[in-house]
Design a protein around this ligand. Structure first.
Ligand SMILES: [Zn+2]
Length: 117
């Protein structure tokens, strides 16, 4: 049997890990938020919406650390790695827990250019 091809390109515009937000396991015990420097990080489960090409998928029940003050989310390295592996797998539809519908809005400029001046 052939193994599934690897290295499939997945274009995701919504990376769940903040640029400076990766927290190591050692820092978790009594960590303060590096975004606002005042909040405490509390373990929680979050969901994240990710783009897989034109397809929007939602991953839920992700272990994360949430800032009690500003709400910033942080993922531990191993969690970010696991999400990368899920991404690399291309989110096979057969493995989805359930389906949900999402509402789509078109961008609207609140200050449109003046017409016919
Ligand atoms: Zn914070």
């Amino acid at each position: 049997m052939q193994t599934r091809s690897r290295g499939r390109h997945v274009d995701l515009s919504d990376r769940p890990v903040p640029a400076n937000g990766t927290v190591t396991t050692a820092a978790v015990a009594d960590a303060t938020c590096s975004a606002c420097t005042s909040g405490r990080l509390l373990e929680d489960r979050v969901k994240s919406a990710l783009w897989d090409g034109d397809r929007l998928v939602v991953v839920e029940d992700i272990p994360a650390l949430l800032c009690s003050a500003c709400g910033e989310q942080f993922f531990e390295d191993r969690t970010a790695l696991a999400l990368d592996l899920m991404r690399g797998g291309g989110f096979p539809p057969g493995e989805a827990e359930r389906q949900m519908t999402v509402q789509v809005f078109r961008y609207r400029n609140p200050e449109p250019d003046r017409e016919g001046a």
